[in-house]
Design a protein around this ligand. Structure first.
Ligand code: KIV
Ligand code: NA
Length: 284
């Protein structure tokens, strides 16, 4: 199966065609994303909360994440696979970051790009430099700026970024330009005001993928469990829900329960196997 390439993404960007990206956390959801012909599929560390039940992405063990990457990569289809570098896999040293970057790439030949969260350059020159090193090894990197959940504590919580101070806006723009210079082929911009995300997009010559960043970016990304309503409870303001899988799943399982309890399932003619009459008589 032919998968999309970074070259394809860049061509669409140059033509002004919006790029679509959706997360997947296992073989089933990955098949859905491919079947729907998303341009890109992100194995995001948000699976820590959405499908593993941890409280934070910082709780996610690297081994458990890699298990999910392998599961996603068993699905075949057109969507280009981008994989998060989870918390703890790259912060200790450039050597650690490089060897784990290579390890993630080696999980499957389908892994086309890594994604790394980056703080403002004034406090995170480490990650910008690491990205430069990773890119210099021929490993494509999507930078992730704005609200970076792995660094939520240092941001003082889950807050919109670049909406309060002039300095914050200037530093976000400088960070975006430094990441482009470091070799990122694209940037993910999370929870940044529409106007600023649009402005950053116009200042860059690489595509921007937005989430909670308005419609002025080069593309969009959503978390599959939010988009499809796979879990109980509310979703963030910037999400549009296209299905309510949780509701229909619970309804389905409830109907199964009552069918069993009230004798409607299994049906004695449909959901069963038969035995030849003469064979049965000789047995009984
Ligand atoms: O982990 C994730 O799902 C992300 C989002 C920005 C889509 O990084
Ligand atoms: Na992520």
């Amino acid at each position: 199966y032919k998968s999309n390439t970074i070259h394809d993404m860049h061509n669409a960007y140059l033509k002004g065609v919006p790029l679509t990206m959706c997360t997947a956390h296992d073989y089933i959801t990955a098949n859905w994303v491919h079947e729907a012909s998303c341009d890109m599929l992100l194995v995001g560390d948000s699976l820590s909360m959405t499908s593993l039940g941890y409280d934070s992405t910082t709780d996610l063990p690297f081994d458990e994440f890699k298990y999910h990457v392998r599961s996603v990569c068993r699905a075949h289809g057109p969507s280009m696979v981008v994989v998060d570098m989870p918390f703890g896999s790259f912060e200790a040293s450039t050597e650690q970051g490089l060897s784990n970057a290579i390890e993630v790439m080696k999980l499957s030949s389908k892994v086309t790009s890594l994604k790394l969260e980056v703080g403002l350059h004034t406090r995170d020159s480490y990650t910008i430099n690491l990205i430069k090193e990773i890119c210099s090894r021929g490993i494509p990197v999507m930078g992730h700026i704005g609200l970076t959940p792995q660094k939520a504590h240092s941001l003082g919580g889950f807050k919109v970024q670049g909406n309060k101070t002039l300095n914050g806006m200037v530093e976000l723009q400088e960070t975006a330009l430094l990441l482009q210079e470091a070799g990122c082929w694209s940037l993910l911009i999370e929870c940044v005001p529409h106007k600023l995300a649009q402005h950053l997009t116009s200042r860059l010559s690489i595509p921007t993928i937005g989430i909670g960043a308005g419609n002025g970016t080069s593309g969009q990304v959503l978390v599959v469990s939010d988009l499809l309503g796979m879990k109980q409870g509310s979703v963030p303001k910037f999400v549009k829900q296209y299905s309510h899988l949780c509701t229909s799943a619970v309804e389905g399982i409830r109907s199964y329960n009552s069918d069993v309890q009230e004798g409607r399932f299994p049906d004695k003619d449909i959901h069963t196997f038969k035995i030849k009459d003469d064979l049965w008589k000789s047995f009984i």
